[in-house]
Design a protein around this ligand. Sequence first.
Ligand code: AMP
Length: 399
Amino acid sequence: MNVLVINCGSSSLKYQLIDMRDERVIAKGLCERIGIEGSRIKHTAADKDAVIINGYMPDHKAAIKFVIDALVSPETGVIKSVDEITAVGHRVVHGGENFSSSTIIDATVMNAIRDCIDLAPLHNPANIVGIEACQALMPGTPQVAVFDTAFHQTMPEKAYLYAVPYEYYRKYKLRKYGFHGTSHKYVSLRTAEFLGKKVEDLKLVICHLGNGASVCAIDGGKSIDTTMGLTPLEGLAMGTRSGDLDPAIVQFIADKEHLTLKQVIEVLNKQSGVLGVSEISSDFRDLEDACDAGNERAMVTMDLFAYRVAKYVGAYAAAMNGIDAVVFTAGLGENSGVVREDVCKYLNFLGVKVDKDKNKCRGIEQDFSAEWAHCKSLVIPTNEELMIARDTKDLVDNL
Ligand code: AMP
């Protein structure tokens, strides 16, 4: 069984074709500049070099047509015909309260995804376009939606309600939803396997630290709290996002800078976080270089970032009355020993203690706890595409 995993952004589309017999990625790629001049695909078939395919892609349907052609073509392909794609799994960012797990897409599901556009105006429309394009090009092939929010639907009311008039929840479903759920789920399951334990017996804090970043408290395999909120702006300081702040700051900036509220939210999404504070970069590789060169603001920014991650780990240790492991994943969490050590230095009181040599790892599964640590510290690389493919396979197997 081959599952095609699709992740649509507003002008990009990432894909992987996974052979579910051995969960091997047989082809993957990225379409860029969809709807803009210069659209192209970077396509990589297993065991071959990447190729760039330039082409006119006015919309996502055209892009998916290019992807299918690349997958079946004699030169770049890995399958003989589109019939060898058994099912398509779509990453969908927001499922609201309607979905606590992945689901086969039908007309009712499509309407429910449309109903969530208000909650994710940048993401859900692109996801819908991707699904409609695949339905048109692969009629009869089952399509599955895997939601970023679904894993967090187990959060209790005390975690997901904001302390604002309850009628806003009643009227608008205003609440914390959380994101990166597919990643947090995959990493928690993989952590349990790595430790040789059942996920039901573990209290985990997963730190998904990438350009977007979130921490999740997982008790017995269930998300009980997470740092992102109604939107992905809440929680940690991120590459360009502010994360938590005093809500009165929004009006304050609007008044001082003569901006509309919409413009202020744009500043908080695109010009804040580590980019805003450091005035250097949103990329931690640049910040680490600046620290090495003695740049003091870069050092403060790195510490601000790690301090905020550590505060949430502490908060979630309180929420779960202890933790068995703190787990790092995503671009930064998997690659930056400096950031991992910076976070862990605040967590000695929880029994976290780092083995500096083991913490030099990059992008591999690693227990980097010192021998006598009471709480494990781990790196577990995430794999959202594989999680989407597994959910898709499970649903399609039961059709
Ligand atoms: P992601 O969003 O998961 O792809 O993560 C991207 C971010 O991870 C980048 O913006 C960098 O800040 C960070 N990152 C990736 N590789 C490294 C590395 N080798 N060292 C430090 N940070 C890294």
